[in-house]
Design a protein around this ligand. Sequence first.
Ligand code: ATP
Ligand code: MG
Length: 602
Amino acid sequence: MEHVTEGAWETLPVPLHPRVLAALRELGFPYMTPVQSATIPLFMKNKDVAAEAVTGSGKTLAFVIPILQILLKREEKLKKMQVGAIIITPTRELAIQINEVLLHFSKHFPQFSQILLIGGRNPGEDVERFKEQGGNIIVATPGRLEDMFRRKAEGLDLANCVKSLDVLVLDEADRLLDMGFEASINTILEFLPKQRRTGLFSATQTQEVENLVRAGLRNPVRISVKEKGVAATSTQKTPSRLENYYMVCKADEKFNQLVHFLQNHKQEKHLVFFSTCACVEYYGKALEALIKNAKIMCIHGKMKYKRNKIFMEFRNLQSGILVCTDVMARGIDIPEVNWVLQYDPPSNASAFVHRCGRTARIGHTGSALVFLLPMEESYVNFLSINQKCPLQEMKPQKNPADLLPQLKSMALADRAVFEKGMKAFVSCVQAYAKHECNLIFRLKDLDFASLARGFALLRMPKMPELRGKQFPHFVPVDIDTDTIAFKDKNREKQRQKFLEQQRKEKKENEGRKKFIKNKAWSKQKAKKEKKKKMNEKRKREEVYAFFWLRPCKIESLSKYKLYSRETLKQKSHLDSKLLPLFTLWCLVSSNYNFCGQPAYII
Ligand SMILES: Nc1ncnc2c1ncn2[C@@H]1O[C@H](COP(=O)(O)OP(=O)(O)OP(=O)(O)O)[C@@H](O)[C@H]1O
Ligand SMILES: [Mg+2]
C-alpha cells in the first residue's frame, strides 16, 4: 500500500518493545505510515505533540504505541488504582474503537489494566468496574470521565488515582477543545498533574496557540503530514484516493435523488449524514419503508442505550446504509465504506473533511457526494479554497421516481410519522441558521416551501422563523391534521385522553380568562424587569472584562469573558483602587488561564 511506505517498525530511532512488535505482526502491519514514523519517536522521547494528518492515515497507533512504551519505561510500577494514561475522544463509538485497538496491544502486557468510560451505561457500574479491575489506561468520553471525578462518595477517588499520570491524549483534539466540550475538558484538565506528556491528534488540528496551551502542551512539536501525490504546497485535507462529488438539486428533489442513488448502489456500504437527530429519525424511517432488500440503520447522539449495539452491528455488515448525524463524522474506522453521502452539508468545513474521511481510508478508494441547493453552489468554491478540497459535479438523475406522495400517505396513516416530519423540518431550519459559513447558507434566502415539500409535510409548522411569511407554493393537505391518529393504539388512547383534558380545562377557564390574563401579564412584567436587570449586569461585567484584557483579539474575547465574569462574580465587591492589584494577581495565578495573552491594567 503506497500509504504505508515509511519503513519497517524496526527502523525507528527508538526501539519498540518486542511484544509491541509482535502485536503489529499479528495485525499484519509490517510498515509504518508517515504520521506514525514522524510522531512515535517524538512522543516516546517525552515531547508534547500536536499531530495533524489526513483521515484514515493511522493516527490511532501513533499514540497507542507511545502510551504503552512510556508506561513500560516508568520506574515505579503502576498500582492497580493508579492511572498512567488517559485517552479522551468526543464520541462513544470512537472510544469503543480505540479501546479495541489498545486492547489488541495491551493483552500482551497483562500488568496494565485498561478501562472504557463512556456514556450510555450505568455510572455506578463503571465505578464498581474501576474498583474491581483498576484502570491504568483510561479510554473515555469527556462527560463520563468528568462524572467519575465526582464519585468519591462511592469509593472512587479518581483525583487521587491520576496524580502520577504520564500521558494524556486528546484524539480529535480540535473538536474536544471547541466550545461544545469546553466545560468538561477544563474540569478534567484541572485534576491532571501538569508534569505529563500531552498529545493532540486530528485530521484538522487546532491552529490556535491558546488551545494548545489550554490543553497543557509545553513547547509542543507540531507534526503535519501531507498527502502523497498532492502538491507539496497544497494543504488538501482529504485523502488523495477519495473521489469527491457534489450534486445540485432543489430541496424538494433531494430525497428522490437520494433514494434513486441508494437503490442503484444496494450492494455497497454507505453512510448518509443529516444535520440533526430529528432528520435522522424521520428520513431513516422513510428510507426503511421505501428501499426494499437493504439493511438500513440509524444512529444519532440522542439515542441513549441502542447506539453501541447499532454501531457494532453496522461495522460487521457486508453492505448496508447507516443514516447518521455527525456522531459518526470523526475517527470512525469502517474500512469497507464505499460512499459517504451528505444529504445536508455540515455546519463547518472541518466536519466536511471528517465526514468524507469515513471512506478512502489507508490507501483504499472511496467516494463522497454532497447534495447542494442551487443557492449553495458556491460552497464548492469555498471548499476548494478553504480546505483545498476539489469537488466534481455529478448531474442529478432525470425524472427519478417521485416518492414524496408515498411519504405523505405514511404521515396521513400514522401520526408518529407526521410528527416526526414536522420535528425534522423545524430542526433542519434551526440547524441551517447555525451554519458557520452563513454567507453561503443564508436562512433568509431559503425556499421554505420547497424544503417543506421535500419533507413531504402535510402543513407548514408554526415556528418563529416562518412567522409572517406566506407560502403560495406550498399546498397543505385539505384535512385537520389534529384528526390524524397514531397507529400505536396505546399512544392514540393517551393522546385522546390528553385532548379531552385540554378541552375540559379550556371550558373551565373561559370564565376566568380575564383574571388569568392579568396574572400572567403581571408575572410577565416581573420577568421582563428581572431580565433587564440581568442584561445590564452582564453588560457591566463585559465592560470590566474588556478593560482588563484589552490587548486580546476581539474575536477571542468571548472566551475571556467567561473567565472574567466568573472572577467578577466573586470579586464584585472590589473597589476600583484594588482592581489593578487584582488584575496583577490574576496574571500570576495559575487559576486564571489567560492563555499567554498579555493583559495590562488601566
Ligand atoms: N502501519 C499500518 N499499516 C497498515 N494499516 C494501518 C497501519 N496503521 C493503521 N492502519 C489501519 O489504518 C486504518 C485507519 O487508521 P486510524 O483509524 O488510526 O486512522 P486516523 O488517522 O486516526 O483516521 P481519522 O482521522 O479518521 O481518525 C485502520 O483500519 C488501521 O488499522
Ligand atoms: Mg483517528
